[in-house]
Design a protein around this ligand. Structure first.
Ligand SMILES: Nc1ncnc2c1ncn2[C@@H]1O[C@H](COP(=O)(O)OP(=O)(O)OP(=O)(O)O)[C@@H](O)[C@H]1O
Ligand SMILES: NCC(=O)N[C@@H]1O[C@H](COP(=O)([O-])[O-])[C@@H](O)[C@H]1O
Ligand SMILES: [Mg+2]
Length: 395
């Protein structure tokens, strides 16, 4: 029960991070008459264009974050990225603010060490072998212990930034430098993981709500340079693999607690399902659910965090997504996105143009979404549509 967004008694959610995923969360919240406040580190972020109010702050600055939250006093604080001064969320939660799904979940998933130690050491979930290193020397011996190939990542980064596969001792120095340059915070600690020779990888979208835990059908995906380029739903798995995947997803989301949608990333190997990481929020690979499910991952997140029931999730059709990213060699604001009409001429196809003001190499700018009678057709349609979208530069 709440008043209109501009009234004196609205329900207010504040998104910390305002990218393409937050934009869809805002749209779903608005459908339920909620007042939305978008926050990010730069102006004109995608969700800011659809929210009632926008603020630009450095979300890693505890003072700036705390003073904005105390000024706005949102009913729900909804993290949309990892890179947030999460100690402020923990403090404000103890003073009565509600953080989605919980401040501890935001804190643990903010860096790879927190969530990996919880999953592997506390919950005993199967993960890749791992070590942490604070210097090039430590990294050299950690990589030697784990063996090659191994994967080196900054502790705080996403969408593959600063991540690389290390194939021999000669590569370690280059990988260390990549991690130092690609991480979000000024932190020199890295994780090194043994390389998991998976046959496929999936996201188990898991919703915790007043109705209990519900799993969406598995989303399969392909990543290039640590970032997703294609996803599809449903991904075929044996009954045993599905059971293992749901079992891992339930354990990790129960441990994090709270209400909301989680993206549990899993590797499928011949020897079983391996936990990789979890986002306590909608997942990029889950954008496909905007064409496949009766309730998209964004609609599910909003329902769950507002305390509404989710009795079931229905897969209406197989579908797929494919991304458009900025190409190599140019960065700037003087671009247009062309080919939208051509992409939309394909059957059962939609696009989402995020509206990011700056295009840079590798930055995700749009996504094509296609439904079809089977996953293979949907995948080739979505890829064709994404290939028709182009970043065109002028001046
Ligand atoms: N130990 C590993 N073995 C094999 N492949 C890996 C390993 N770790 C990561 N990868 C590959 O790199 C991808 C990205 O890794 P990860 O999810 O850890 O990065 P991220 O920066 O958190 O990405 P995102 O924010 O998009 O989830 C994985 O989906 C997988 O394809
Ligand atoms: N894998 C996490 C992910 O996809 N997050 C999404 O990307 C945005 C950042 O994009 P940007 O780096 O282009 O600003 C985030 O705000 C979120 O919507
Ligand atoms: Mg990931």
């Amino acid at each position: 029960m709440w008043g209109a967004p501009a009234s004196r008694s609205p329900k207010t959610i504040m998104l910390l991070g305002s990218g393409e995923l937050g934009k869809e969360v805002v749209i779903e919240a608005q459908r339920l008459g909620v007042r939305t406040i978008a926050v990010d580190r730069y102006e004109h972020a995608p969700a800011m264009g659809v929210a009632h109010e926008a603020h630009v702050i450095d979300m890693l600055d505890p003072e700036a974050l705390k003073s904005l939250i105390l000024q706005v006093k949102p009913d729900l604080i909804v993290p949309e990225v990892e890179a947030i001064a999460t100690q402020v969320l923990v403090e404000l939660e103890s003073e009565g603010f509600t953080v989605i799904p919980t401040a501890t979940a935001a804190r643990l998933t903010m860096d790879r060490e927190g969530i990996r130690r919880l999953a592997a050491e506390k919950l005993g979930l199967p993960t890749a072998g791992y070590r942490f290193a604070d210097s090039l020397e430590e990294l050299k011996s950690a990589a030697e212990e784990l063996g090659f190939p191994c994967v080196i990542k900054p502790l705080m980064s996403s969408s593959g930034k600063g991540q690389s596969v290390c194939r021999s001792q000669e590569d370690v120095q280059v990988c260390w430098r990549m991690a130092m340059e690609g991480g979000r915070a000024k932190n020199t600690r890295v994780i090194v993981e043994s390389f998991v020779p998976f046959t496929s990888e999936i996201t188990m979208l898991t919703v915790r709500s007043v109705s209990g835990t519900v799993f969406c059908p598995p989303v399969g995906h392909i990543q290039r340079d640590g970032d997703y380029v294609e996803s599809w739903q449903p991904h075929f798995m044996s009954e045993e693999q599905l059971r293992e995947a749901q079992d891992i997803a339930r354990k990790i989301t129960d441990a994090l607690g709270g209400y909301g949608l989680f993206g549990v990333e899993l590797f499928i190997t011949p020897d079983g399902v391996v936990f990789s990481e979890v986002s306590p929020r909608p997942h990029d690979t889950g954008m496909v659910t905007m064409v496949t499910q009766d309730l998209s991952e964004f609609a599910l997140h909003v329902r769950a965090i507002l305390g509404f029931p989710i009795p079931s999730v229905e897969l209406l059709t197989p579908g797929a997504s494919a991304t458009l990213k900025g190409g190599e060699g140019r960065e700037g604001e003087n671009f247009r996105i062309a080919g939208i009409g051509e992409a939309l001429s394909l059957p059962r196809t939609q696009v989402r143009i995020f509206g990011k003001p700056l295009c840079k190499p590798g930055r995700r700018m749009a996504v094509a979404l296609s439904a079809a009678e089977d996953v293979e057709t949907a995948r080739s349609r979505a890829k064709e549509a994404a290939n028709l979208l182009k970043v065109v530069w002028f001046n």
